[in-house]
Ligand binder design. Structure first.
Ligand code: SF4
Length: 520
């Protein structure tokens, strides 16, 4: 199964990141929820089961960032036999006296991400699953026994420094920022027993040509098509990276690697699919480049589903014909359904309906339009997307610094205008992420939720229940009688019990909201 005395370098991630969440990229966000009284073994089996293994025990799929590290190590002189990418459950088979370094990638190691902060405080039940699983990983017995150097990178690595837990977690080196130009050197030093830095902060964006393509598939068939954004939203970190489009031939090479190793589903990783190839400083999309990209990926033999990770709203209004044309392709490669209808989806930032806050923190978000036009852009783009069976997953931020009640009311008004559109809404507390312009500001806490903020939070989830409940239940409960029982009896009863519980936790309005959702 593995080298008898351990593989020289072992790459891994926590159990919530080494899973495809039963093939559902958007459900993966529940890793930020608290586990409550549910035992870990149950969650590992039923919510985030391990990725498949190859016959040699290595992981068949791994987070995209880990695959990039693997490719960088192979490019820099390490052999395939020197590097094993494994699920944490398999560490005992791969870590031994010969193991010199463990590389861990993490999105949310201590539960300080947007979803974790928001939902673990509202729903309650303790620490988020992401944080529990990361701790379990670094405390793994074979790591403790053989003491290889532990190197942590990834989007959430900053959390270890902010919480000052790196030492107690036995982490020797934390890499923050784009690590591509430093990572091979650090592993080389670790393998040779040389000193490695405790913290590495990479401020510059790496040169794309220096980054090798992945050699094995990523979870959800992730393939990066662009990096960075450039719209300068002040709460966001991708905007600090230089915007780069990955050349089409490199994208297709990674798509082929992915399908050749058994994944027929491709996730296009980007901050904005609609701006792939765009050169215009006012963020006018380049329709030809986007259509060519989507067509080319769809034409790779054996690709069966294509999921764009993120899109923004202004380009939809700027070029509705582009959206229509790519939707006509993507609908044949759909990953999701609404009822029995095939739909396309992607994550998008709605953020707020307040023109004042848009002007203050996000003046680039609606380019080529003006901040005053934002509410109209949101409504129009939702309409255009829905006409193409494209149902966005929209995130909203509650508690941006200096948010006033009138700002929240503006968002509530916008939500009223969106009532008849289909989307999934994810309201999130503001979190001052590392390396964003607002990083020194105070994050939103549960006790700062006034009546208007609660109202917005509840409105989003009322919409979600109304739009998605039947789809959610039908895909899990095929038996029509059982479906009726769950919908009309079990959910209202559970809603009543949950309402009473949350009334004591968060007040009467929460109880009313849960009751409304349960009986919608
Ligand atoms: S548009 Fe999205 S990715 Fe770009 S800066 Fe704003 S929040 Fe970040």
């Amino acid at each position: 199964m593995s080298e008898k005395h351990g593989t020289k370098i072992v790459l891994t991630a926590s159990a919530t990141e080494m899973s495809d969440f039963l093939n559902n990229p958007f459900i993966a966000f529940v890793g930020g929820f608290a586990k409550g009284p549910v035992p870990l073994w149950f969650l590992r089996r039923n919510l985030y089961p391990p990725v498949k293994r190859n016959p040699d025990g290595r992981a068949k799929y791994a987070p995209y960032g880990l695959r990039k590290v693997e490719a960088l190590l192979l490019k820099n002189g390490f052999k395939e036999s020197d590097v094993a990418v494994v699920h944490p459950q398999d560490l005992n088979s791969f870590v031994g006296p010969n193991t010199k370094a463990i590389g861990i990638s993490s999105m949310d190691p201590t539960g300080m991400g947007y979803v974790s902060k928001t939902y673990s405080s509202i729903v309650g039940g303790g620490e988020p699953m992401n944080a529990i699983e990361f701790r379990q990983l670094v405390k793994n017995k074979s790591i403790r026994t053989y003491k290889p150097r532990v190197i942590v990178g990834g989007f959430g690595s900053w959390q270890l420094e902010r919480k000052k837990v790196a030492d107690s977690y036995g982490v020797d080196c934390v890499i923050m920022g784009e690590g591509e130009e430093v990572v091979a050197n650090i592993f080389e030093k670790a393998v040779n027993g040389q000193e490695i830095p405790r913290v590495v902060r990479v401020q510059e964006s790496c040169e794309e040509k220096e980054v090798p393509t992945i050699k094995h598939p990523a979870v959800h068939g992730c393939v990066e098509i662009s990096r960075g954004c450039g719209r300068n939203c002040q709460f966001c970190t991708p905007t600090m990276q230089k915007k780069r489009d990955i050349p089409l031939e490199r994208i297709l090479e990674e798509v082929k690697t992915t399908v050749n190793e058994g994944s027929s589903r491709i996730t296009l990783v980007t901050e904005d699919l609609f701006l792939y190839g765009a050169k215009d400083p006012r963020f006018i999309p380049d329709k030809k480049a986007v259509v060519k990209l989507v067509k080319s990926v769809a034409n790779v033999p054996h690709v069966k589903a294509i999921q764009p990770s993120h899109t923004s709203l202004a380009p939809v209004v700027a070029d509705p014909s582009m959206v229509k044309e790519i939707a006509e392709i993507l609908i044949d490669y759909n990953w999701y359904y609404h009822g029995s209808k095939a739909i396309i989806t992607s994550e998008t930032g709605l953020e707020t309906g307040s023109v004042r806050l848009m002007r203050k923190y996000m003046t680039g978000k609606m380019l080529p339009y003006k901040p005053e036009q934002w509410p109209e852009i949101v409504s129009q783009s939702f309409g255009i997307m829905n006409d193409c069976d494209w149902y966005p997953l929209a995130t909203l931020i509650i508690g941006l610094p200096d948010e006033l009640e009138e700002d929240v009311n503006a968002t509530l008004e916008l939500m009223d205008n969106l009532h008849d559109y289909s989307a999934f809404y994810v309201p999130l507390f503001f979190v001052p992420l590392e390396n964003c312009i607002l990083m020194d500001k105070k994050g939103t806490e549960l006790d700062s939720l006034n009546k208007a903020r609660w109202e917005l939070f509840i409105r989003c989830w009322e919409y979600n229940v109304r739009i998605w409940r039947d789809t959610f239940l039908k895909h899990r409960i095929p038996n029509p009688l059982l479906f009726k029982f769950i919908k009309h009896v079990a959910i209202p009863y559970a809603g009543t019990a949950a309402g009473i519980f949350y009334r004591f936790k968060h007040g009467e309005q929460m109880q009313r909201a849960i009751w409304k959702m349960a009986t919608a």
